[in-house]
Design a protein around this ligand. Structure first.
Ligand SMILES: Nc1ncnc2c1ncn2[C@@H]1O[C@H](COP(=O)(O)OP(=O)(O)O)[C@@H](O)[C@H]1O
Ligand SMILES: [Mg+2]
Length: 220
């Protein structure tokens, strides 16, 4: 096999997410220290650790929503560093911390995020069907159940078909049918993209081949 991957290989195949000695403190409290990884497409990684070990903190740093205290995190595309302001284009993120607009419908919420991202509206109906919300698309979010809101968050994350999918406890609040939507998406994304799941749930963990265990990394 040649060492160089051809540039026109399948979608997302030439990206790499690399962390070197990633450390995060809040005030003087060290949450995790010296986390190192190098992730490439066709991989699924679980971030595990007890409550408060920093799983959500680490995934927010990867999503570029929070900054590390020290160490480096870079995304490379075809060997070039992606500028921080462009990282969001590569990332889909499902998180308990994501806020949706209660005063708008499901459809309108997706339209707003598409406008912010500068992508078209052409994919919205398909995505709503995929997460099982198409029939409820014109209902205001304030009458959605927590499981329906979780499905809408998944719709947000897949709308722009990102190359890196970050899921923070994605099956929480979901019924069996909702869990199978997450499973399908996880299986699809790990095929040729980078999938990362922050979790303590055995089922979510089982979707991943690799593990970053923050209990083992945390110092002091
Ligand atoms: N904004 C913040 N300010 C201060 N401490 C925080 C903040 N966010 C998280 N923490 C603390 O960081 C630790 C890790 O939190 P978190 O990443 O949510 O853990 P996990 O997702 O593993 O349960 C916890 O002790 C939490 O209280
Ligand atoms: Mg968490």
């Amino acid at each position: 096999m040649p060492e160089n991957i051809p540039a026109n290989n399948t979608s997302g195949s030439s990206i790499m997410l690399k962390a070197v000695n990633l450390t995060r403190k809040f005030d003087r409290k060290v949450i995790f220290e010296n986390v190192n990884f190098e992730l490439t497409p066709s991989s699924a990684t679980a971030i595990t650790g007890r409550n408060g070990s920093g799983k959500s903190t680490l995934i927010k740093i990867i999503a570029n929503l929070l900054i590390q205290s020290s160490g480096e995190l870079n995304l490379f595309n075809k060997g070039e560093k992606v500028k921080k302001e462009n990282v969001f284009k590569y990332i889909g993120f499902v998180s308990p911390y994501l806020n949706l607009y209660d005063e708008f419908t499901g459809y309108e919420n997706l339209k707003i995020i598409s406008d912010i991202r500068g992508s078209g509206h052409g994919n919205i109906d398909n995505v709503l069907k995929r997460v099982g919300l198409y029939n409820r698309r014109n209902d205001l979010l304030k009458i959605y159940s927590s499981g329906m809101k979780q499905r809408l968050k998944i719709a947000f994350a897949i709308l722009h078909e990102p190359k890196i999918m970050l899921l923070d406890e994605p099956t929480s609040n979901l019924d069996l049918e909702g869990i199978s939507v997450v499973d399908d998406i996880a299986n699809e994304y790990k095929r040729d993209r980078i999938l990362i799941i922050a979790t303590n749930d055995a089922h979510e963990r089982s979707l991943c081949g690799n593990e970053i265990n923050l209990n083992e990394i945390k110092q002091s």
